[in-house]
Design a protein around this ligand. Sequence first.
Ligand code: GDP
Length: 297
Amino acid sequence: MAFENLTKRLQDAMGKLRRKGKVSENDVKEMMREIRLALLEADVALPVVKEFTKAVRERAVGVEVLENLNPAQQIVKIVDEELTKTLGGETVGLNKSEKIPTIIMMSGLQGAGKTTFAGKLANKLIKEENARPLLIAADVYRPAAIDQLKTLGKQLDVPVFDMGTDTSPVEIVRNGLLLAREKKNDYVLIDTAGRLHIDETLMNELKDIKALANPDEILLVVDAMTGQDAVNVAASFNEALGITGVIITKLDGDTRGGAALSIRQVTGAPIKFTGTGEKLTDLEVFHPDRMSGRILG
Ligand code: GDP
């Protein structure tokens, strides 16, 4: 699982304080140095590491022995609280439209897990809300992507709107939305194309889809394995599209996990779900406090 190494390093860093009845400023400094290294090694972006360590240091230096909590416990608590803050603080659910349909647009690089996530989200909405989503296949560059979405649609018994690969994505979305309005679907999930790298044509296409569909959610799907690069990707997509939420996929893999820790701060957009496997049910609502607890072990 992700974060294994980070968890161990953080535990080591904080463990040294456990044996102490009193914590000196030097002890805190030493611990912060180790925490900083552990975070950098886990691929957390430097500005995020700096802000986090500054916040912890400021609070930890003033720690005194309280009646029922020893200094080490207090510092672990501070680290936990600040990590939760870095991860976004509160759990943020999906934005929903007052009128149906709620329109959700996926974005992200190729292979990030957009199509898979669209299927997972449809599945979740059906299970939890008895929803009637429509999936729109707007990735015209990879015929396989359309087939993949159709296969998911069959599995879930959810309609998939496509117009093959010869129509422009904007036109496909326009027609898909008309159909959704006619059929009174309550959710429309738009699967868009990704490229291997960010390019202007892709961004312009996504901007056009956004302008036409006026989505309630523009979700950026990011592969946790992309490490430091994930932060640049997220910043670019955010600048172009103004993303409203982030999905971090492949947290089940052997990743260092830094992207998950950096992205909230870099984009300002909340992480809403995480992908934890290839199956349709491998989707988790993102809770910053629980994730912090998991990372700290
Ligand atoms: P897209 O190009 O962004 O639409 O990416 P896909 O949805 O096609 O996903 C690319 C690959 O990643 C596929 O093999 C998926 O099965 C896999 N994948 C997606 N999400 C996850 C996840 O959370 N965990 C794991 N292990 N694999 C995932």
